[in-house]
Design a protein around this ligand. Structure first.
Ligand SMILES: [Fe+2]
Length: 137
């Protein structure tokens, strides 16, 4: 069974967020079974992807005046900081910590983050889109 079974309960109804999360889940699932150089390369790809993924969500939050932007961004920064520190070790060949983090921490983190902060953002974006549509009528 993959570490992050997709889509399971993860779909938020926002196609952009759901597509990004599908890619994130696929990367995490590939990392779970990767070793050595393949693991290093995939971990760096995850780091890149996560930077873009969080950046895209933060841009949506800023564009639509999402009330919990600061809290959500702080959580993204904390997670990216962890991934960067682990990535630095991984490129030096020390992949054990990064591997443990991927298998023991990331799936649970994603489950909670998607169900709470990201789901609140998706609901806010849907509301915002309706307001824009109604205002245009
Ligand atoms: Fe998020």
């Amino acid at each position: 069974m993959p570490l992050i079974p997709w889509p399971a309960n993860y779909l938020l109804g926002n196609p952009g967020m759901d597509n990004t999360h599908a890619e994130f889940a696929a990367l995490v699932n590939s990392l779970a079974v990767a070793e050595g150089r393949e693991f290093q390369a995939l971990f760096l790809a995850l780091l890149d992807h996560t930077g873009d993924h969080f950046g895209a969500e933060e841009a949506l939050m800023a564009d639509t005046a999402f009330p919990s932007l600061e809290e959500h961004r702080a959580e993204h920064r904390r997670m990216l900081g962890d991934l960067r520190a682990l990535g630095q070790r991984a490129v030096q060949g020390r992949i054990t910590l990064a591997h443990n983090y991927v298998t023991e921490h990331l799936p649970a983190w994603f489950a909670v983050h998607a169900a709470t902060m990201d789901s609140a953002l998706a609901a806010h974006l849907a509301l915002h889109e309706n307001q824009v549509v109604n205002a245009a009528r």
